[in-house]
Design a protein around this ligand. Structure first.
Ligand code: NAP
Ligand code: HSE
Length: 442
């Protein structure tokens, strides 16, 4: 099908899929700031139809001019609509609707990281063949301009490393637990009430959301296709408030770290809770804020910081994409990413990654125990950086021992954890976390 670009003053009609936390803010901006959008795109942009599940539901903003429907075909098959904004979330039916929109010659703007992490390459390829664009700035880091940074501003660089706090919900929970002593469930409920969490918050808490975002960013940064299922993932559910206190005493803060590093023939990709030196830029990220530190060979280190979750910041990215897209359509040009992300990228096995570690042990308080622990670590070439021992801290155990190691091979760290747990003098190993040492950090 031939795609006709709208002439400068033609009205560009938009269909919106989803009118939830983000969708309602997008609808409000498009309708209530019509003059701003018209001026910046060189002509009118009209929100025409909106798809929801339940038309009777109360909304933060109810569109005044657009028709609200529960029939996807009424939006996807309307020949007058040139742009579809997908803000439903989840894999299906969102992926199918995006594909149907592209197939019908409509451009797409989406905030859907799950769909873009798994199916971005083929959707972008389909869009290219159909002569339309797919924009997805809001899929990573809410209102923080990350996709455009990788897509345009850092194109001259070989990117070597990305370190990020990229999930607002988990950072909010960790912060409330560490700073205010809040319980996990209480902090999660608050994050949900504030509109930060995914419809199913397991995606946030178990680290999936951060994996999807790291996959999308890394795919553009390292120029290839990454399978999100190959990214090492650990969530924050197992974090114990006692570890926040030990970490702080040792000069560290705990964050859900998303980490990517280029090793030439393969890329290291992992999402897990980690101790970060208090001097690290990411240790200063609080509440639902996100931050991404990028290392490029020409630019050095770049820090992007802002609101990574919430309806309004995310709507900023979505409407920004709509404006950029419509402007390009009016000029008759495409604005696709200049990166071929079809080439598969090999992900380094987690066991082969080098990282420092934090271990908390419940041990018998008798002579020789520390020597036994040190021998097990030494045999595996794991060097100790710091040790803290507290007396009678735990039930049935005489002492709590906290060890911070220097960087070692993850596979050896896991073996050490197993051997330690098997010692007769070690009652339990309740915590095994990774750490970034001050020397390693960007
Ligand atoms: P949300 O509040 O749950 O809203 C989802 C909307 O989609 C609702 O209006 C819902 O309709 C509609 N919907 C869902 N499934 C549908 C279906 N099968 N048919 C018709 N309508 C359907 O979600 P959100 O927080 O706005 O998130 C939207 C997207 O933005 C997600 O991809 C999310 O990952 C992404 N995102 C969110 C944030 C954030 O902070 N919230 C930030 C960045 C990116 P009803 O209202 O009738 O149920
Ligand atoms: N649930 C996500 C978060 C929303 O907490 O970061 C932004 O993508």
């Amino acid at each position: 099908m031939k795609v006709d670009f709208p002439a400068v003053m033609d009205t560009v009609r938009v269909g919106l899929l989803g009118l939830g936390i983000v969708g309602s803010q997008v609808a409000e901006r498009l309708e209530c700031q019509r003059d701003l959008v018209t001026e910046r795109t060189g002509g009118p942009v009209e929100l025409t139809r909106v798809l929801v599940r339940d038309t009777a539901k109360r909304r933060a903003y109810l569109p005044t001019a657009a028709a609200i429907t529960t029939d996807p075909a009424a939006v996807l098959e309307d020949p007058g609509i040139g742009v579809i904004i997908e803000l439903m979330g989840g894999m299906e039916p969102a992926r199918t609707y995006i594909e149907r929109a592209i197939d019908a010659g409509k451009a797409v703007v989406t905030a859907n990281k799950e769909v873009m992490a798994h199916h971005g390459p083929e959707l972008l390829d389909l869009a290219k063949r159909r002569g339309v664009d797919v924009y997805f700035e809001a899929a990573v880091g809410g209102g923080i301009p990350l996709i455009s940074t990788f897509k345009i501003d850092l194109l001259a660089n070989q990117i070597s490393r990305i370190e990020a706090v990229i999930n607002g919900t988990t950072n909010f929970i960790i912060d409330r637990m560490a700073r205010d002593g809040a319980g996990f469930d209480e902090a999660l409920a608050e994050a949900q009430r504030l509109g930060y969490a995914e419809a199913d918050p397991t995606y946030d808490v178990e680290g999936w959301d951060a994996v999807f975002k790291l996959t999308i960013m890394s795919s553009i940064a390292f120029r290839g296709r990454i399978d999100p299922d190959e990214v090492h993932r650990e969530g924050i559910r197992g974090l114990d408030p006692v570890d926040f206190r030990y970490a702080r005493d040792m000069g560290y803060a705990i964050r859900l770290l998303a980490y990517a590093r280029d090793h030439g023939d393969e890329v290291e990709l992992r999402v897990h809770p980690a101790l970060l030196p208090q001097s690290h830029l990411l240790a200063a990220v609080h509440d639902a804020y996100n931050a991404v530190v990028i290392e490029g060979d020409l630019v050095g280190s770049v820090l992007l910081y802002g609101q990574g979750a919430g309806g309004r910041p995310t709507a900023s990215a979505v409407v920004g994409d709509v404006i950029d897209l419509v402007l390009s359509m009016r000029k008759g040009i495409d604005n696709r990413i200049a990166v071929d992300i079809a080439r598969p990228i090999r992900v380094r096995a987690m066991a082969d990654v080098r990282t420092a570690a934090y271990l908390r042990l419940h041990v018998a308080d008798r002579p020789g125990v520390l020597a036994e622990v040190a021998r097990i670590l030494g045999d595996l070439d794991i060097s100790i950086s710091a040790v803290v021992q507290k007396q009678a801290m735990v039930e049935h155990a005489a002492a709590e021992l906290v060890i911070l190691t220097h960087p070692a091979r993850e596979g050896d760290l896991r073996t050490a954890r197993e051997r330690l747990a098997a010692l007769e003098t070690v009652y339990a190993v309740p915590a095994f976390l990774r750490a970034l040492t001050p020397e390693e950090a960007m």
